[in-house]
Design a protein around this ligand. Structure first.
Ligand code: DQA
Length: 148
């Protein structure tokens, strides 16, 4: 199969605990599983003419490595860093270190929850933030990349 050119490739990175989607606090994050998320995002991207490379890791360093790898290899990155959003200067610095645009996405509205979730180290370095629309938020981020 031909390699997807970097200008049609979107890297979608999901951080800690997102593998438990559907089982984990479904009242907050919804009933769809991580596999459902992967499928919905890949299908939506394909319909828009992109190939989505959807990944998940519970490890901060792996997410940093993937951000580095996206440089020059993707047209945009969609990043739901989970709780690392609120703690990780390393991830924020990785976003600063690359020129590929990074869109921060959250399933829940992080501004309508606990106080500690209102602080995102990523928002100040992200191209933009989409928060509170569940899996649809990833599709909105794909639309944002497509409109660029
Ligand atoms: C989340 C919000 C974070 O505060 C939380 O730690 C998550 C998921 C979201 O998608 O709503 O793990 O990023």
């Amino acid at each position: 199969m031909a390699e997807t050119s970097s200008n049609r490739r979107i890297v979608v990175l999901n951080g800690p605990n997102l593998n438990l989607l559907g089982q984990r606090e479904p009242d907050v994050y919804g009933e769809a599983s991580y596999a459902d998320l992967e499928k919905a995002v890949a299908e939506y991207a394909a319909a828009k003419g992109f190939a989505a490379d959807v990944r998940q890791s519970n490890h901060e360093g792996e997410l940093v490595d993937w951000l580095h790898e996206a440089e020059g290899a993707a047209v945009g990155v969609i990043l739901n860093a989970g709780a690392l959003t609120h703690t990780s200067i390393a991830l924020a610095d990785a976003v600063r270190a690359v020129s590929v645009p990074v869109i921060e996405v959250h399933l829940s509205n992080i501004f309508a929850r606990e106080e500690f979730r209102r602080r995102s180290y990523l928002s100040e370095v992200a191209k933009g933030v989409i928060s509170g629309f569940g899996i649809q938020g990833y599709k909105m981020a794909i639309d944002a990349i497509a409109l660029e």
